[in-house]
Ligand binder design. Structure first.
Ligand SMILES: NC(=O)c1ccc[n+]([C@@H]2O[C@H](COP(=O)([O-])OP(=O)(O)OC[C@H]3O[C@@H](n4cnc5c(N)ncnc54)[C@H](O)[C@@H]3O)[C@@H](O)[C@H]2O)c1
Length: 248
């Protein structure tokens, strides 16, 4: 009998936004812990991850057909779906007076609707199988406010509440749902949003009591824990992985 509750051997996971950053680190860690992984992204570079135990899919997470195709791929290729990591997301930093309806709708479509449609498709399969674990990548912006983030904060607040609802609906069905709330993490998330985005993110180090920004692998560790049986009594939780930011 396998008594290592962190082990994910035999599990099947879908990870969205897996081409780079937190999603790529998570897909790699889940695979390392034994899970088969369906890695999805709108970027075709996600196909570079394809290999033993990893299938890939290119698609826009805001499109429900992508969610259907990802869950179908998990079932067809690996025999089911046990874990969903709802990670794909975009950011936007604009004062409210400059934020257009198109800006607002496009951020909500990717971050909130994308989270919903992928969770719904996973939930259907997990319900039929008698259980599963959904982990969403929200943000400290789900619970604290920053200037210039009306659209992003609204979308991440939505993910926090979707997570809690799924925990309540999923509890009797053996489905757990949790969210991680990363602080600032060293990724390319600001690419195309501001110039020198990575340097800008690094400048937030001192705002975290730990004195630095996070690494994608540190977020992946908490996601892998929440996806595993080690977290069997954890559901509906918004887990800060933020170097202490929201403790302030
Ligand atoms: N980096 C941070 O400081 C930070 C902090 C808090 C939360 N987050 C959240 O973490 C998640 C991952 O971000 P990251 O920092 O790794 O950023 P990233 O930009 O490096 O990675 C995001 C990935 O999602 C994909 N993606 C974006 N829009 C998509 C769409 N419509 N359809 C499919 N794929 C799409 C991108 O192609 C990319 O591969 C996001 O939800 C982000 O909001 C990041």
């Amino acid at each position: 009998m396998n008594t290592n509750t962190w082990d994910l051997g035999g599990r099947v996971a879908v990870v969205t936004g897996a081409a780079r950053g937190i999603g790529a680190a998570t897909a790699a860690l889940l695979r390392e812990r034994g899970a088969s992984v369906v890695a999805t992204d709108r970027s075709e570079s996600v196909d570079d991850l394809a290999g033993d135990g990893v299938a890939t899919l290119v698609g826009d997470v805001a499109d429900e057909d992508t969610a259907r195709a990802a869950t179908k791929l998990a079932v067809d290729r690996f025999g089911g779906l046990d874990i969903l990591v709802n990670n794909a997301g975009r950011t936007l930093n604009k004062p409210i007076t400059e934020t257009t309806v198109a800006d607002f709708d496009s951020i909500l479509a990717v971050n909130a609707r994308g989270n919903f449609v992928q969770a719904r498709e996973a939930f259907r399969i997990m319900e039929a199988r008698g259980g599963g674990a959904i982990v969403s990548v929200a943000s400290i912006s789900s619970v604290v406010a920053f200037a210039t983030q009306t659209a992003y904060a609204a979308s991440k607040g939505a993910i926090a509440q979707i997570t809690r609802v799924l925990a309540i609906e999923g509890g009797p069905k053996g489905i757990r749902a949790n969210a991680v709330l990363p602080g600032v993490v060293d990724t390319d998330v600001m690419e195309g949003v501001v110039e020198n985005g990575r340097e800008m993110l690094a400048g937030f180090g001192d705002a975290h009591p730990i004195g630095r920004i996070g690494r994608p692998e540190e977020i992946a560790e908490t996601i892998a824990f929440l996806a595993s049986d080690a977290a069997s009594f954890v559901t509906g939780a918004l887990v800060a992985v933020d170097g202490g930011w929201t403790a302030q």
